[in-house]
Ligand binder design. Sequence first.
Ligand code: ADP
Length: 334
Amino acid sequence: MPTKKQLTESLETVLVPGIMRSVVKMNLVRDISISDQKVGIELASATLAPPVQEWLKEKIEGVTGKIKGVKEVNVSFTDSTPKDLNQISHIIAVMSGKGGVGKSLVASLAAIALKRQGYEVGILDADITGPSIPKMFGITDRPSGSDTGILPVPSRSGIEVISINLLLPSEDDAVIWRGPLIGKAITQFWEEVLWGKLDYLVVDLPPGTADAPLTVMQTLPVSGVIIVFTPQDLTMMVVRKAVKMAQQMGKPIIGVVENMSHFYVPEIDKKIEIFGKSRGEEMASAANAPLLGQLPIDPELAKLCDEGNVEQYSAEVVDKLGQSLSKSLSIKAK
Ligand code: ADP
């Protein structure tokens, strides 16, 4: 008689079209029954259009039918919503006191670093009014799905991404929305997107400390917050506001990241603090949280972002960021 383990292993090889993650990773397998040589597999139909269901059915019959002792395979579908199926261990919200400090970039690098450690990672671009994540990753494909929900779009390294930019008719369309509408869009990203099983979901919050980031933090079960800032004086003040807001919301601050902390000149082997003296330690103590990293101003990084190749960036500071994150929100190492 076949075992459940054998069947699950064979289902691991069946990838969901449009996302290229297995039906197991997408948490679509609801039940596996075995009686004698007959096998029953029940899948959730969420986000799966009828032709996709048909395709998966055939594929599953094919792979499980090959297992020794299996004579008959029955694949059935049951209704369910993405929200019921999503199993996300940690949600990391990335916040900044104001726009243009590199919040989206830090969110991207955090996701990339965690992915490189072998975790299942997604990015929810909640910066609805300035969605820049798809551009950095070079993602232009539109999400697929059905009436019951949509699937995120995988990046080249397999990070699942959803952003309003992937749903708008043209990438350049400006989104001018008021608070309640932003809240609604984010709720949909949360409830109607099938993320499946993820170790980490990184959320790129709208900038600032006004209503929009607040709504997102109230909508999602955020595990903790990363605060991004630059060494400029004014930023320090707004950052203090961000820290206060996170604390008022009862969200722990995982750590702070200083962006554009310095510029390294290899010819003279010197770090130049262009925006003034680094405030990393000072900020960390103000937030009562660790300094997770100090990113230099790096023209190579800016170039990779512009080209949609941010995943090619490799630097020690990025590896360290990932290690600190997985350590503070621990999941058993892969
Ligand atoms: P925010 O989300 O805070 O508005 P972004 O993360 O979108 O800011 O950053 C805007 C752009 O600034 C990036 O696409 C990148 O080109 C550039 N940038 C940000 N930080 C750096 C850095 N440390 N080195 C080089 N370029 C950077």
